[in-house]
Design a protein around this ligand. Structure first.
Ligand code: FES
Length: 115
């Protein structure tokens, strides 16, 4: 089972379990279920309000992630991804630290989410 720790300087850190194996639950849905106040608006990868920084905290190699085209467009617009980052992501299939919580599917790994 994955441990997801939400961290924000204005709130006490909150660690929750994500259901492993479903591969359908977004980070934003998990935050809402546990009353973690991650900002959001559209919930559809368009507004960028739910941008978070995600880092792996277990000792396993990071899992590859597929960023949707919407997510890449919004993260680029927000200045969180450069053209070089996008090229690197396409080649290495390695996750960007910056994600949209409404687009990121929670995987079976322990992560720190700064919001
Ligand atoms: Fe709008 Fe995630 S809530 S992009």
């Amino acid at each position: 089972m994955a441990l997801v720790t939400f961290s924000n300087p204005e709130y006490k850190d909150k660690t929750v379990y994500a259901v492993a194996g479903s591969h359908t639950e977004t980070l934003l849905k998990l935050a809402k279920e546990h009353k973690v106040p991650v900002h959001h608006d559209c919930q559809d990868g368009e507004c960028g309000n739910c941008v978070v920084r995600v880092t792996s905290v277990d000792n396993k190699p990071s899992m590859g992630y597929h960023l949707t085209d919407k997510e890449i467009t919004v993260l680029r617009h927000l200045g969180k991804l450069t053209k070089d980052d996008i090229d690197r992501l396409a080649v290495d299939d390695m996750p960007s630290e910056w994600r949209l919580a409404c687009q990121m599917i929670v995987r079976d790994e322990d992560i720190l989410v700064e919001y």
